[in-house]
Structure formats: structure tokens, C-alpha cells
Design a protein around this ligand. Sequence first.
Ligand code: G1P
Length: 313
Amino acid sequence: MPEFPTPDVSSRRAAKAVIPAAGLATRFLPATKAVPKELLPVVDRPVLQYIVEEAAAAGIHDILLVTGRGKTSMVDHFDRRPDLEQRLEAKGDTERLAAIVRPSELAEIYTCRQPEQLGLGHAVSYAESHVGGESFAVLLGDEFTDESDPVLPDMLDLQARTGGVVLCLLEIGDDEVSRYGIASVRPSDLAAGDAEVVEVTDMVEKPALEEAPSRLAVVGRYVLPNAIFDAIRRIGPGAGGEIQLTDAMALLLKEGVPVHGVVFRGTRYDTGAPLGYLQAVVELACRRKDLQLFREWLRDFVAGGLGTGERGG
Ligand code: G1P
């Protein structure tokens, strides 16, 4: 079993993360009919590995995957493959060997099933017994931040100080408002690393443009107090008839729990639908030193009017 740093028990910094990953991924059909969207590759790693790496880099090594029907292959990715390892070892392919062992070294992965997909709040409620009485992080399974711009460490530090809810907020355009939870905010005296922190005064799930209180979207990173589980039990179905995490957080806010947002200005990859997925693949491929040929091909492809690039082997 890999050794992970022992969490400092005196600190209140959340040490566990939950990744809700039971969704049906309708925005990416038919690709996701039999393959979980979390396992779609971005260059040569599945999306889910980037997310687990993001958690591990923030010091979280205990991760609960909330899975559903047809999605158990996600867990296999974080298991060992002795047969494959022996084969690569025999061939002396140390680089690939390290790459296939790495996912199992990032964190302890636990799973539970969400039998019906009744909303994000409903998915999070399945984490209650695993999380115990502590605060915890939630990382949505189809988005990740660039490793050079992490936001989670600042969020975890801030939540350890407030004991409340900490959100990641991203400024978006009018055309995207109805896809997100939207927050109204006011300035805060608190700081989180170099990031701007705001106090959240209200939240609404997927509002119409006219009803949106701001252009600050709640994106897929949360640090939540344990009280969220009780709040989820006390809300009914919200937008789209689903049990919404946003509604449970709004209830805590109304009851006096501090809710802050860290305004994220780094790079976020949203791989839940084809456009964002393709952007993530191209951007990350262009940064890879071992894929310089892709970059050169792409430059020619664009210069040639997007139709005449020559393919390499
Ligand atoms: C969920 C949340 C929403 C949030 C979004 C971020 O929506 O309900 O508040 O803004 O994730 O990606 P979903 O994308 O699951 O519809």
C-alpha cells in the first residue's frame, strides 16, 4: 500500500475528497454510451486521473468516487495491473511502467454507488458515512484546472479558517449563465493565497439570464462543512426537478453558515461536452515536449486553412 503523508490531526483542513461520477453524460453521447466520460483520454491520461492528481497535489489522498451503472471501469484505472507491469518490466519500458503504476500511487480510492441520478446534491449525500464528521472537498468529474494554477489548496486553507462553505467562482459570459449555479457576492477581508476572496450573499442554480444576480459561476470545486448532509436532507427538488447542491448550500447560507468564493483566474478545462474537451486535448497536447510534432502539424494545419495539414505517423 502506498504511503501518504499523515494528516495533521490538529488541523481542520479537509483531508478527504468526493468525486461525483455517476452521471449519464448525455452531452457527450454516443461516446459515453458505454465509456464513462471520466475515462475519456486527454492526450494519454483519462480526465479522472487529472482530477485525482489535482486532489493529490493539494494534499488529499483519500478519495470517494460516487459511481453508477456501467461505470466501474473508472476504479480499474486506479488499481495495479501486475500482468501489464511484468510485461513492461521484461521489455525494459520503465517510462510506461511508471505511467501505469502512477494512478495507484496518487490516493486511496474508495467507491460507493448512486443508484439513481437525482442531482448533484443527491450524489454528494452518498458520501456521508465515508466522510465521517469532517469537512471535505467535492471535485466534479468532468473539469480540472491546469496544474500550474491550482485553486484547491487555497480553498482548503480558507475553509479551515472559516469552517463554512468555500466555492470556486469563475467569471463567465451571458451565454453561459443558464448552465451554472450563479452567486451574488460582496467584498471580503479574507485572503486565500494570491486569489481574490468574496463573501457569497446568495446563490441560484441555472438562472435565466434576466434573473442571474452576477456573472460569477460556481464551478466544479467545493469545500464543504459536514452540515451540508443535513441541509441536503432538508431541501426538496430544485432546478430540473433535481436535488441541487446549490440549494443545500443556499440553505446553510440563510442559516448563518459563512460562504466564501475564491475567484479563479487560471485555466480550467471543461471536458463534459465535445467543444471544451477538444480545447483541453489540443491545449495540453501543445504543451507536451514529447508531442512537438503535433504542435508543428497543428501550426501547418491552421496556416493551410485548416484542411491541408499532413499527418505524421
Ligand atoms: C453542476 C452544479 C452547478 C455548477 C456546475 C459546474 O451543474 O449543479 O451549480 O455550476 O455543476 O460545472 P451540472 O454541470 O452538473 O449540470
